[in-house]
Ligand binder design. Structure first.
Ligand SMILES: [Zn+2]
Length: 232
């Protein structure tokens, strides 16, 4: 029920599982059927050999959402297993092998038309497998924390935009408020349109410390906004 992480191509294929023989695994104190603690024991008994993640449907919040309920703490194990924990009508739990994690997690992705490659430690999705490989090589944050990159000897940075240090004497702040209007001929599933109904302009004079507000309400507030800006 495990796949060899060294087998880069189609690790979900069942023939990879033949490589892990029962006699390699230390089954001491493992109950069958297995519970949560047995998974912990199996990892501990076989240090560096097996890592196991467990996923579950998030029944409380959203049945279509899959959440990770057990994250392995074993880094770079030779064999990695993903399990889905499901419950029957009598609320008994069962573990199901996840052959391809992307198929399971893609259902809750916004861009579920494209296959994503998920980090087995932090579940961050990558569009390309090479992105995931680079993520593993650089060190996943779950294990490595933040990566520190020091500059090369002799490198330096310089601040030269001194003009940005000068305070602008006049600043205009503008803001719009909109009403949402139901639209029937929506494009790409759009069902509401934001219609501007009011604007507020605030001219701040930092020389004399004065601010002048301009407020306008009406359907033509966009036109009036531009007219007012031109006047100011
Ligand atoms: Zn990661």
């Amino acid at each position: 029920m495990v796949c060899d992480k060294i087998s880069k191509h189609h690790p979900e294929e069942i023939f990879h599982h033949n490589k892990l023989k029962d006699y390699i695994i230390n089954w001491d104190n493992i109950n069958i059927p297995a519970g949560n603690r047995d998974i912990d024991r199996l990892e501990t008994n076989n240090t560096g050999l097996i890592s196991i993640n467990v996923y579950e449907p998030d029944d409380l919040l959203n049945e279509e959402k899959i959440i990770k309920t057990r994250s392995t703490k074993v880094r770079d194990a030779k064999y990695h297993i993903d399990l889905l924990k499901i419950y029957d009508e009598k609320d008994r739990s069962h573990y199901v092998l996840v052959k391809r994690l992307s198929r399971l997690l893609n259902c809750q992705s916004n861009s579920n038309t494209k296959e994503q490659h998920y980090c087995k430690y932090c579940c961050h999705p990558f569009t390309h497998e090479r992105g995931l490989d680079a993520h593993y090589e650089n060190g996943c944050e779950v294990f490595e924390g933040q990566k520190i990159k020091l500059p090369n000897k002799g490198d330096y940075i310089e601040f030269n935009r001194h003009n940005t240090k000068l305070k602008c004497p006049y600043v205009i702040y503008g803001d719009f408020e909109c009403l949402t209007v139901i639209t029937r001929d929506g494009i790409k599933g759009t069902y509401q349109e934001h219609k501007p109904c009011v604007y507020m302009l605030n001219v701040v004079n930092s020389i004399d410390n004065i601010s002048t507000p301009y407020l306008y309400r009406g359907d033509d507030c966009m036109d009036k906004f531009v007219e007012q800006l031109a006047k100011i």
